[in-house]
Ligand binder design. Structure first.
Ligand code: GLA
Length: 511
């Protein structure tokens, strides 16, 4: 009898716990997952879920965006939903998840990428919430800081090191640049990209994380090598990798950078997109432009908002020395050539002190051939683009170093006239680009974007460079004589022949 009662009690308890279990599948709340950046760092994704029976609504919040949940369903402890950027259903992201105890395991599927599994736990009510929006200031022109009269040259940590960048790496890169000819060739800035930031102290001062124990000491070290130090931030509350941004602390941060001895700031839109429209960009960038000028330290100002909102038309007005014109480059022929050959229409906007920035160099990162890297370097030089190496300069192959430090190519990029080249001819896969240089000289790039060797014929007529010009093949380092009415040259697949064409007798024709 006693046993039967015990059994009934146990069954009732089991039923009760099943009921409680069912109640626990109310997913409503803010669920927080750490998403690995793939480089040892991670950023936060917040799933804001509202469950109503089997219906699930809410949003997914990343550092740089918040997207509404669509097609959300719950069945027992399982859930499925999707997000899609506005007007871009192609890039729909699908999620499926399961609740087990306190943990929500969510698998994320995106087109063309391997599935990613995240573990989310209930977070505080503040998770993923934004600070109040600060109204952007009224527009006014920011005084030119007088810097970057030729396109900035240096190195940036992002392409090769992502979140691995540290004080030790930056010092070693500075050592390498000072010793391996990069500095002598003109590369001056050593730029730390995202992932150096921690939070703020009680007074609002930005703190560095443990990878950068003493930023001032690092700046002193880089300066002792005859180089300059650059840093990175965002006008939003978070950087693109989810670190602390400068939102509401623009003046504090500019002062801190100046006190550390920083010489260059890359300012990346990232989470500002969650608070501001693209049409606010000019005012938001102006704020940091003013703050940098107010420090009285010469700090190059690099805008990074992926070329949105016609930045080339207002980048200089906010005190910008350079502005990114595209999304992120990657170390492939497809990415580099799409970006590089797409820059032509921006040519009129490049002037001394104010440059279009088609993103950092991938030369030496291993995804392209030497021929392709020479094309990359030639194209960036013809575009008067900033030359920011993005490879591991501590262990650089001699052939790569030769590409990065070719003085004659660098001279084309750095020419004092400060004009950006443009395409003058396209014939199938062959493109001819011309950049006017000081002293009446011109740089001419004969590019072959095709898959087989091309025989490129160029006439002095189509370049408007007939009569009394001499030609130098810059990569070969040889003078190739006078310009004939029509000259032919063979250009390898994905390759370039880069010429410097100067008036005969003009000193600038022979370097
Ligand atoms: C954006 C920028 C990159 C790099 C990363 C860092 O994607 O465009 O150049 O700075 O952020 O998170």
């Amino acid at each position: 009898m006693k046993e039967a009662l015990a059994l009934r009690v146990a069954m009732a308890a089991a039923m009760l716990s099943a009921c409680v279990g069912a109640a626990a599948t109310d997913l409503t709340g803010r669920w927080v997952a750490r998403v690995p950046n793939g480089d040892g760092t991670s950023r936060e994704t917040v799933f804001v879920l509202n469950q109503d029976g089997s219906m699930l609504t809410g949003s997914v919040i990343n550092p740089t965006n918040e997207q509404p949940i669509v097609d959300g369903r719950v069945e027992g402890t399982n859930l499925t939903f999707a997000t899609a950027p506005a007007n871009n259903l192609q890039n729909r992201t699908a999620y499926r998840g399961e609740l087990a105890g306190e943990e929500l395991t969510i698998t994320v599927s995106r087109r063309g990428r391997p599935d990613q599994t995240l573990t989310a736990r209930r977070g505080p009510d503040s998770a993923g919430r934004l600070p109040p929006r600060i109204a952007p200031p009224a527009l006014h022109p920011v005084r030119d800081n007088g810097l970057a009269r030729t396109p900035p040259m240096g190195w940036n940590s992002w392409n090769r090191f992502r979140g691995e960048v540290s004080d030790a790496i930056v010092r070693a890169i500075a050592d390498a640049m000072a010793a391996n000819g990069m500095k002598d060739a003109g590369y001056a800035y050593v730029n730390i990209d995202d992932t150096w930031e921690a939070g703020r102290d009680a007074s609002g001062r930005i703190l560095t994380n443990r990878k950068f124990p003493d930023m001032k000491a690092l700046a002193d070290y880089v300066h002792s090598k005859g180089l300059k130090l650059g840093i990175y931030s965002s006008p939003g509350p978070f950087t693109c990798a989810g670190y602390e941004g400068s939102y509401g602390h623009e003046e504090d941060d500019a002062r801190t950078y100046a006190a550390w001895g920083i010489d260059y700031l890359k300012y990346d839109w990232c989470s500002a997109a969650r608070l501001y429209a693209d049409s606010d960009m000019q005012a938001v960038y102006q704020k940091m432009g003013d703050a940098l000028l107010a420090t009285a330290r010469p700090i190059v100002y690099s805008l990074c908002q992926y070329g949105r909102n016609d930045v080339q038309k207002w980048g200089a007005d906010v005190g910008g020395n350079l502005w990114r014109t595209t999304g992120d480059i990657s170390d492939t022929w497809e990415s580099m050539s799409r970006i590089g050959f797409g820059q032509g229409p921006l040519a009129p906007f490049a002037t001394p002190g104010h440059w279009n920035d088609p993103d950092m160099l991938e030369i030496g990162n291993g995804g392209m051939s030497e021929v392709e890297y020479r094309t990359h370097m030639s194209l960036w030089a013809l575009l008067a683009a900033p030359l920011l190496a993005g490879n591991d300069l501590r262990a650089v192959q001699p052939e790569i170093l030769k590409i990065l430090t070719n003085r004659e190519v660098i001279a084309i990029d750095q020419d004092a006239l400060g004009r950006q080249g443009r395409r003058v001819k396209k014939d199938g896969d062959v493109e001819i680009w011309v950049k006017p240089l000081s002293g009446g000289a011109h740089a001419v790039g004969l590019f072959n974007r095709g898959e087989t060797t091309a025989n490129v014929t160029v006439s002095c007529d189509e370049l408007q460079l007939c009569g009394g010009y001499t030609i130098r093949d810059v990569w070969a380092g040889t003078d190739v004589g006078k310009f004939g009415a029509s000259d032919s040259t063979s250009v390898p697949r994905h390759g370039v022949v880069l010429l410097r064409v100067a008036r005969s007798g003009s000193a600038s024709g022979h370097m």
